[in-house]
Design a protein around this ligand. Structure first.
Ligand code: 9MG
Length: 290
């Protein structure tokens, strides 16, 4: 049964000079600016390609572009700070100045948060939930909304036999409760927070599926939920599909996430996801006053 109160949380998020309307589900387009993401024909080409890709995601209906300069895939190691700054800052500047885009910065480093917010980024997306030194303070100072995500371990080791002593939804809710308290203690108001279950981050496929099926402990916080499952291995494992054939599975998951209360879905394939979540939302809205 769908609980009505999942859909009545505060619906506006102030993201720098953008206002993000979360009274309906929104799509966040993924823009990875790691060397393997774009052509290797020189830095300028890669920058132009990143801008064009962002432009096409916005045209397809993305409300937010999430820029990341560090791979957080299982097994990936952090890149040096200067390399991350060099990768992401020129892209932030161009998307803000040329496209007036609402840019989210996927980073765990306070320095990157500071530099990106000074250039007009509107949101911080930290898979490490501001646990790296200096991140909490930088996020607080930025005044921007922050997505705090559950992860067990670090990308380097998180998929080595993840294990939980309690049901996954309780573990994730407990973790997020602590992160919310620490953010509030650091001066980040609760209404600046977005919560993320962290699909694929220190979770076996069964954990991911159960967590999606049982999102209510997370929606009970009354804060917007962001869900990211696009092309992830949970789809590959259930459907036996390589990464380039995971769109149908990803659309099913995005749809279910919205049905269970997510207000932002983070995806690679923006156009089809916008249609899928808008269709889902149309169904969810009909008859709610009866
Ligand atoms: C950077 N990144 C990769 N996967 C992600 C997910 O599921 N959520 C968020 N917030 N960021 C993610």
């Amino acid at each position: 049964m769908i609980m009505q109160d999942r859909y009545t949380m505060p619906a506006q998020l102030r993201c720098g000079r953008h206002q993000l309307d979360l009274s309906y589900p929104r799509v966040m387009g993924i823009l990875n600016v790691t060397p393997d993401s774009f052509s290797d024909g020189g830095r300028h080409n890669a920058l132009d390609e990143a801008v064009r890709h962002a432009e096409s995601m916005l045209a397809e209906g993305a409300a937010i572009i999430d820029i990341g300069g560090e791979s957080t895939r299982p097994g990936a190691s952090p890149v040096p700070l200067q390399q991350e700054l060099d990768r992401v800052l020129p892209v932030v500047e161009r998307l803000v100045n040329e496209l007036d885009a609402l840019v989210s910065l996927d980073t765990s480093r306070g320095e990157v948060m500071r530099e990106a917010s000074a250039r007009g980024a509107g949101m911080i997306n930290d898979v490490r939930s501001l646990r790296w030194p200096g991140a909490l303070e930088a996020a607080a100072m930025s005044g921007l909304p922050v997505c705090v995500m559950h992860m067990l371990g670090e990308p380097t080791d998180m998929q080595r036999a993840p294990h939980y002593e309690v049901p996954i939804e309780e573990a994730v809710a407990g973790f997020l409760e602590t992160r919310i308290a620490e953010c509030e203690a650091a001066g980040i108001r609760r209404d600046r927070l977005v919560l993320d279950p962290g699909f694929g981050f220190g979770k076996r496929v069964e954990h991911n599926l159960r967590l999606l099926n049982r999102m209510q402990p997370l929606t009970d916080f009354g804060l917007p939920i962001l869900a990211g499952m696009s092309r992830k291995s949970m789809i590959g494992k259930v459907l036996a599909r390589p990464v380039e054939e995971r769109l149908p599975g990803g659309l099913a998951l995005a749809t279910m996430a919205v049905e269970r209360g997510a207000r932002i879905v983070r995806v690679h394939d923006v156009g089809p996801t916008v249609d899928a979540v808008n269709m889902t939302w149309a169904v969810l809205q009909e008859g709610t006053d009866a």
